[in-house]
Write a protein that binds this ligand. Structure first.
Ligand code: SF4
Length: 410
């Protein structure tokens, strides 16, 4: 599989209620869903007709560089040179927000628009993020029929108290039946999202959630440590001293126990937070975020990346709708990354993955001879057991993965 195909991310900015820890962009009123979808289809058409985001030469386009901030209007004449480039994509990830609150007809209309405006390879990975409360046998069957082949279920916990604390709108019972129904319906690529490090949760109760998760043999499990942003309801309660979060030592223990347990059960710990039942089930889409492959994000607050350029859409549905309906790309800001920033990112992202960083790739893509330039630090990190260097690769050890964010400071 060629991992370098671009991917498409589509952000559905609606949730029926807001989880207490969440700071993703989403609205709890769904009245604007029809307007949003009409506008999303227009955004896809704009990328088909006026600007090919996957053309490497786009990064140096005067049409893009001249408007680093604010709405981006691409002059059709300047953009015409991009029309010939390929728009082949191999992954579509419908995330949010809660895409599963859309009707099947609405989800299908998104996929039809994708097919109209981009060239999907013959075996694409098409993922949809779902809330267990929205899933039943018939909705899942229809999801399969419209071409969704990977389902990600936001289970978060198999403990009712933890779900309540997090403010999830589903119950443990609904989580169990959603996963069961997904399997029964014939999904062969099921991912479960789980959260650990929740106050009052101890290692035993977390392991209990993991045991219940693996009992379904999901092909993919993501385990995220709870982090609290200051403006979320839980962040506010935390600052008011209502509860504490696990300290560094306990966090480390959660991480290591998780890794140990899931690897013993047959999962590969292939990225800091991600586990798969064999390489076949690693997330093709997420891999693009970790190895600087191009991706296009559509919808409010969605991020895109190509070559040395990252841009993101307005973090406001109103501004997103207004920009597109006025004929402008809904881009809030564009950032051109320097070679130095790209190198650091490549290291930071690569060291979060089991497959590490190819030293030759660092030289070829980023003109960076890491072994020569950081020899002393690398020797020290090797001695201390955080990294290993073999076969031209820099790999994080298990301990290294646990502190991956600090490793990138080399
Ligand atoms: S469902 Fe997801 S996006 Fe929506 S509020 Fe909860 S965590 Fe945030």
């Amino acid at each position: 599989m060629n991992e370098k195909f671009p991917g498409l991310y589509i952000h559905i900015p609606f949730c029926l209620s807001k989880c207490h820890y969440c700071d993703f962009y989403s609205l709890t009123s769904i009245s604007a869903v029809p307007d949003f979808l009409d506008t999303l289809f227009k955004e896809m058409e704009m990328y088909r007709n006026r600007f090919n985001p996957f053309d490497p030469s786009a990064a140096s386009s005067p049409a893009l560089q001249s408007r680093d901030k604010g709405a981006l209007r691409v002059n059709p004449e300047q953009a015409s040179g991009f029309r010939s480039g390929s728009r082949r994509v191999d992954t579509v990830y419908i995330g949010g927000g809660t895409p599963s609150l859309l009707s099947i007809q609405q989800l299908e209309s998104i996929l039809i628009s994708v097919q109209k405006n981009f060239d999907l390879i013959s075996t694409p990975e098409i993922t949809v993020e779902t809330n267990p409360a929205d899933l039943d046998q018939s909705s899942l069957e229809l999801m399969r029929e419209i071409g969704i082949n990977r389902i990600n279920i936001g289970v978060q916990s198999f403990d009712e108290k933890t779900l309540n604390f997090l403010g999830r709108r589903h119950s443990v019972k609904q989580a169990n039946s959603a996963v069961e129904a997904s399997r029964k319906t014939g999904f062969h690529n099921i991912g479960l999202d789980l959260i650990y490090g929740v106050p009052a949760q101890d290692i035993e109760s977390w392991l209990d959630t993991l045991k219940q998760a693996v009992a379904f043999s999901p092909e993919h499990i993501s385990c995220y440590q709870l982090t609290l942003e200051s403006k979320t309801p839980l962040g506010i309660r935390y600052q008011a001293g209502e509860f504490s979060l696990p300290g560094e030592e306990l966090q480390y223990e959660f991480f290591m126990k998780t890794s140990e347990f899931l690897e013993d059960t047959g999962y590969i710990h292939y990225e800091v937070s991600n586990f798969a039942l064999g390489t076949k089930y690693t997330s093709r889409h997420n891999q693009k975020y970790w190895d600087h492959s191009p991706y296009l994000g559509l919808g409010p607050a969605a991020h895109s990346f190509q070559s040395n350029r990252r841009w993101w859409n307005h973090h406001s549905l109103d501004r997103y709708l207004a920009a597109i309906n006025a004929g402008n790309f809904p881009i809030e800001e564009t950032e051109i990354l320097t070679m130095e920033q790209l190198r650091l990112e490549a290291l930071y992202l690569g060291l979060r993955t089991k497959k590490g960083v190819s030293l030759q790739d660092l030289k070829n893509r980023y003109d960076y001879d890491l072994l020569t330039e950081k020899k002393e630090i690398l020797d020290k990190l090797q001695e201390e057991g955080f990294i290993s260097i073999q076969d031209g690769h820099l790999y994080p050890t298990q301990t290294g993965l646990a502190v991956a964010d600090s490793l990138s400071l080399i």
